[in-house]
Design a protein around this ligand. Structure first.
Ligand SMILES: Cc1cc2nc3c(=O)[nH]c(=O)nc-3n(C[C@H](O)[C@H](O)[C@H](O)COP(=O)(O)OP(=O)(O)OC[C@H]3O[C@@H](n4cnc5c(N)ncnc54)[C@H](O)[C@@H]3O)c2cc1C
Length: 558
C-alpha cells in the first residue's frame, strides 16, 4: 500500500533535482514530488557568499562524509563535503560558473555513441537557463550566440555575474601567468578555456545564487502540482518484476518524521541524489555489483558492476607563497579592525571579502607543452591556511591551487551496510596512476615558474608549501599527496555508456540499464554521477546542462 501517488518522484533537491522539478512540473497535468534529505535553505550562511566556510563541516548543511585513507595522499583521509540542504551542493559550493571544454562533451558522445552529448548539441541546454550579466544592457551578437537564451537575449534562471572585488596580488599573479606564456582570457566558457582571468560566479547582487532560488522559488513553490518534502531521506527505490521478467521502478521508500512512507510514481522515479547519494540508494535497492550487495545481505535484483565504480574527482594541490607589501585576506581577517571593515563593506555595498567566492582568479593551461589541451586548472586565492576549517595563516600569503583536469585515477563508492543511515565508503584513490603522479610533479614545477616571473617579484614571494627543498619528480608527487585535497567534484559513479559496455550504469538518455541489454523501466539517474568522464572545469553548471537535457527526454518519454 502506498501513502501517496505522483507522476514523477525526484530524489534530491540539489543542483540537478531543482531544475528537474521546475521543468517536469511545467506541465500542470503532472504531479511532481521533490524529496530532499536536508532542510530548507533558509540559513544565512547559505546566502552570504563567504558562508561556504561555515556550511562545510556543519551538520545543518553538510553530509559530513570522509574519504577512506588514500595511499596517494600518504595515508590521509579527507573531509568530503556534500550539500545536505535544499539546493544541494549549489548551496555550499564555490559558485564558479564553468562549462568545461568542448572536447569533454565530444568525448561523452564518443563514449555513449550518442551525438546528443556533443558540445554543439549541449550548448543549447547550457543557454536554456543561463542569464549572463554581460547581456543585461548590451547585445553583443557573438557573445549572445554563445551565451544568450535562445539567441534573443539572456533570460534564463541561472544568474552569472562578475565578481565584486579584485586583489593586487591576484592581478600580479595573472600578469605573471601571462609572462609564463598563459594568454589572458575574458571568457572561460567558449568551449576552449585555456587562459588566465577572473572567474565568473553564480551570484546576484552580492548574494549566492543557488539552484533553489533559481529553479524552485517562486515558480515551483506556487504550482499546485508540486509537493516538496524536506528532511525526508529516501532509503530505497522500489522495483516490481513484470510479467515478461523485466523490472519496473514503481516508487520509493522514504523516511519522514521517523517512519517509512511508501510513495508511488506512475511515470518515473528520477534519482538526483548526487554522485555519492545515488549509487548508495541504487545499491541499497538491489541494483549494483552482486557480490557487494550479497556481502551486505541485499538480494541483487539487477547486477550492475558499474554502480559506485569509476569515481573521478579533481585533486587540488595547494602551494602556498608568503608575500610582503601587499594586502591578503590573512592579514585583513586576522585583525579586529580588518574584520570590522570587511563587515561594513558587505553591509553597505554587498562587496568586499564577504561577497567573495573562495577562488577568484583562474587559469587553464598545460602541465607540459606536449599536452594536446589545457589539462590543468588553477584556483588562485588571496589567502592561505593549513587545511579547510582551520584558521588563516598569521602572515600575508596567497595559495596557487592547481588540479589535473583529466585524472586517470579511479575510485569507488560502496555501501558499508544495508542501513541507509550509514555513510558509504568513499575511496577516490587519488594519485594512484603513474600519469597522475607525473602531472602532479609537473604542475608544481609550473606553479614555481609562474611565481618566479617579474610581475610578482615586488611582493617577494616565498614558497611555504611544499618547500623549495623538494625538487625531484618523486619528492614532488609525494609532497603533492601531503598538501592536496579535494576540490569537491566527484562524478562518474553511475556513468552513462554504450550498449554492451559492462560498466555502463545508464544508457545515453540516463535510463538505468538492466544488465541484460535493456533498461529498468521508470528509473533514471540525473546528476553529476552520470558523467562518464569528469569535465575540464568545475562541475555544477555541467550538471545543470545534463538535467536540462534529461528533463526534455523525460517529458517526451524518450
Ligand atoms: C564545497 C564545494 C565547492 C564546490 N565548488 C564548485 C564551484 O565553485 N563551481 C562548480 O561548478 N562546482 C562546484 N562544486 C561542485 C558542484 O556543486 C557539484 O558538482 C554539483 O552541485 C552536483 O550536483 P548534483 O545534482 O549531482 O548533486 P547535489 O547538488 O549534491 O544534490 C544532491 C541532493 O540530494 C540530496 N540527497 C542525497 N541523498 C538523499 C537521500 N537518500 N534522500 C533524499 N535526498 C538525498 C542531497 O541532500 C542533495 O541536496 C563544489 C562542490 C562543493 C561541495
Amino acid at each position: 500500500m502506498s501513502d501517496a501517488t505522483f507522476d514523477y518522484v525526484v530524489i534530491g533537491g540539489g543542483t540537478a533535482g531543482s531544475l528537474l522539478c521546475n521543468r517536469l512540473s511545467a506541465d500542470p497535468s503532472k504531479r511532481v514530488l521533490l524529496i530532499e534529505a536536508g532542510q530548507q535553505d533558509n540559513y544565512h550562511w547559505v546566502h552570504i557568499p563567504v558562508g561556504y566556510l561555515y556550511c562545510i563541516g556543519n551538520p545543518r548543511t553538510d553530509w559530513l562524509y570522509q574519504t577512506e585513507p588514500s595511499d596517494g595522499l600518504n595515508g590521509r583521509r579527507l573531509r568530503y563535503p556534500r550539500g545536505k540542504v535544499l539546493g544541494g551542493c549549489s548551496s555550499i559550493n564555490g559558485m564558479i560558473y564553468m562549462r568545461g571544454q568542448a572536447r569533454d562533451y565530444d568525448q561523452w558522445a564518443q563514449l555513449t555513441g550518442d551525438d546528443a552529448w556533443r558540445w554543439d548539441a549541449c550548448l543549447p541546454d547550457f543557454k536554456a537557463h543561463e542569464q549572463h550579466y554581460k547581456l543585461d544592457d548590451t547585445q553583443d551578437p557573438a557573445f549572445a550566440a554563445l551565451h544568450g537564451h535562445k539567441n534573443t537575449g539572456s533570460s534564463g534562471e541561472w544568474r552569472v555575474e562578475k565578481q565584486r572585488l579584485r586583489w593586487d596580488v591576484l592581478d600580479a599573479f595573472a600578469e605573471a601567468a601571462q609572462q609564463a606564456g598563459i594568454p589572458a582570457t575574458g571568457d572561460f566558457n567558449t568551449g576552449n578555456n585555456e587562459g588566465v582571468g577572473y572567474f565568473e560566479v553564480n551570484q546576484k547582487a552580492g548574494w549566492r545564487w543557488n539552484t533553489a532560488k533559481a529553479f524552485l522559488r517562486p515558480t515551483c513553490t506556487q504550482r499546485p502540482n508540486v509537493t516538496l518534502w524536506t528532511q525526508s531521506q529516501v532509503s530505497r527505490v522500489l522495483l516490481e518484476a513484470q510479467a515478461d521478467g523485466s523490472q519496473r521502478c514503481v516508487g520509493v521508500e522514504v523516511w519522514r518524521e521517523g517512519r517509512p512512507v511508501t510513495v508511488r510514481a506512475e511515470a518515473e522515479v528520477v534519482l538526483s541524489a548526487g554522485s555519492i547519494g545515488s549509487p548508495q540508494i541504487l545499491q541499497l535497492s538491489g541494483i549494483g555489483p552482486a557480490d557487494l550487495l550479497q556481502r551486505h545481505g541485499i538480494t541483487p535484483l539487477v547486477n550492475l558492476p558499474g554502480v559506485g565504480a569509476n569515481l573521478q574527482d579533481h585533486l587540488q594541490i595547494r602551494a602556498v607563497f608568503q608575500v610582503q607589501g601587499v594586502k591578503t585576506l590573512n592579514t585583513l581577517a586576522n585583525s579586529l579592525w580588518g574584520k570590522a571593515l570587511i563587515g561594513l563593506e558587505y553591509a553597505l555595498k554587498r562587496s568586499g571579502p564577504m561577497s567573495m567566492a573562495p577562488s577568484q582568479l583562474g587559469a587553464f593551461t598545460r602541465s607540459d607543452p606536449a599536452q594536446p589541451h589545457a589539462n590543468l586548472e588553477y584556483h588562485v586565492q588571496p589567502l592561505s591556511l593549513e587545511a579547510f576549517g582551520e584558521p588563516l595563516h598569521p602572515f600575508p600569503a596567497f595559495t596557487a591551487s592547481v588540479c589535473n583536469l583529466n585524472p586517470s585515477s579511479r575510485g569507488t563508492v560502496h555501501i558499508q551496510s544495508a542501513n541507509f543511515r550509514d555513510a558509504p565508503a568513499i575511496a577516490p584513490n587519488y594519485l594512484s596512476t603513474a600519469d597522475d603522479r607525473q602531472i602532479a610533479a609537473n604542475s608544481l614545477r609550473l606553479t614555481r615558474r609562474i611565481v618566479e616571473q617579474s610581475a610578482l617579484a615586488k611582493y617577494r614571494p616565498q614558497e611555504i608549501k611544499p618547500g623549495v627543498q623538494y625538487q625531484s619528480d618523486e619528492d614532488l608527487a609525494r609532497l603533492a599527496g601531503d598538501i592536496a585535497t579535494t576540490i569537491f567534484h566527484p562524478v562518474g559513479t553511475t556513468a552513462m555508456g554504450r550498449d554492451g559496455d559492462p560498466m555502463a550504469v545508464l544508457d545515453s538518455h540516463l535510463r538505468v540499464r538492466d544488465g541484460q541489454g535493456g533498461h529498468v523501466a521508470g528509473l533514471r539517474v540525473v546528476d553529476a554521477g552520470a558523467m562518464p568522464t569528469i569535465t575540464s572545469g568545475n562541475t555544477n553548471s555541467p550538471t545543470l546542462m545534463m538535467a536540462e537535457k534529461a528533463a526534455a527526454w523525460i517529458r517526451a518519454g524518450r
